[in-house]
Design a protein around this ligand. Sequence first.
Ligand SMILES: Cc1cc2nc3c(=O)[nH]c(=O)nc-3n(C[C@H](O)[C@H](O)[C@H](O)COP(=O)(O)OP(=O)(O)OC[C@H]3O[C@@H](n4cnc5c(N)ncnc54)[C@H](O)[C@@H]3O)c2cc1C
Length: 387
Amino acid sequence: MLTSTELNREAILESVEELICDYLRPNAKKIDQTGQFPRENMTALAEAGLLGLIIPRELGGLGATPSLYKEIVMRLASACASTALVFVQHMSATSVMLYGAHQPYVQTWLKGIVDGQCLATIAFSEAESGCYFFLPVSQAKSEGEDHFVLNTKKTMVTSAGEADIYVVSTRSTFATNSMQSDFFILTRETEGFSLGGVWEGMGLRGNCSAPMTVKDCLVHRDKLIGTEGEGFKIVQRSLLPMGQIGISSLNLGIAKAIFDESVAYVKKRHYSHLDAGLSSFQSVQQTIGKMKVLYDQAEKSLQTVCRLMEEGSIDLVSTLEIKVMACETVIRMAEYSLNVCGGFAYSSHSPLERLIRDSKAGTIMGPTPEVLKELIGRTLLDVPTKL
Ligand SMILES: Cc1cc2nc3c(=O)[nH]c(=O)nc-3n(C[C@H](O)[C@H](O)[C@H](O)COP(=O)(O)OP(=O)(O)OC[C@H]3O[C@@H](n4cnc5c(N)ncnc54)[C@H](O)[C@@H]3O)c2cc1C
């Protein structure tokens, strides 16, 4: 198990590569075909100490920088994007919990994560606010001095029923808008917390997303992360940066795998009747060239965003636009791949078909590229955003 005392970028990446070879690559096809949760992969990541990747070293985690987090998620996603999504949502939940790292209850669960005992996820999405998933409509009620009653229906929760900890959002008791929100830590065993339905998505089929219901759930105040009404601040400070890096890296990891598979196929495809390879056609060469340019631009931009975050000089527009770039890149890479690889890419016998389906989720997951572009435009045009 990697520990905080031996934090070393190369050692961590070596450990990740081993897990990818031993578990993620061999399991990827089966996970996609069966839609089963990647339990074996996640246990291996937990045993290696990687669940505590972004937890600071003073709290026992590996204290990874955004750049290292990006690198790891990209590699996981290239091998098995379902596992990468489970990992990313765990990290997003962890980033919210870190906001309350001084609170005893939160500390207990952070310790569980560091020890590889707890998998976390975020339960935010509600039908009423859809892809604006950081803006809950459900509202908490006070119960006596120390408790809240929660009632909320979450439409899609990655690792539903599989994770141990669920960071659940709801409007604060006094809220008059969705920005006045709270995050609570609920566990799988919390009374009134139940799973509803099975995930049947087009791609990322092993992430086991499902609706979850919180009904008349009596929750002690110590399970509230931060103080009442701080939800949107937590989104801006903790969730947004790590969430954007995570989902962007996931999509660029898929894009990298699409590129590598496409190049490998084009290189080996040969037409006997022409005695020529597919790689000999100029338009195919140009498509591969375009894919390389697209991928490199997005990957370098993501690297820059990570560096700016590490330096503390990141701006809002750069944080928002990186996910737009990553999601649009992977979609275009998937289209180009179909163009040059034809039936091979279309068939479930090739890994490309799975990767192409996996490439679609990023544009659906909140905040979607369309919503992000609107937010960027509003920011640049000084148009106030009503939330
Ligand atoms: C694989 C996967 C895993 C997920 N995991 C989680 C999870 O772990 N936790 C969680 O809380 N949620 C999760 N979600 C849910 C996700 O974050 C979104 O909340 C959800 O996908 C929104 O879906 P919707 O159909 O309700 O979107 P809708 O809000 O109905 O949006 C439909 C479409 O309208 C577009 N749209 C909306 N507003 C605008 C606008 N202003 N301009 C232009 N277009 C617009 C959107 O881009 C979108 O494409 C997951 C989703 C997926 C696909």
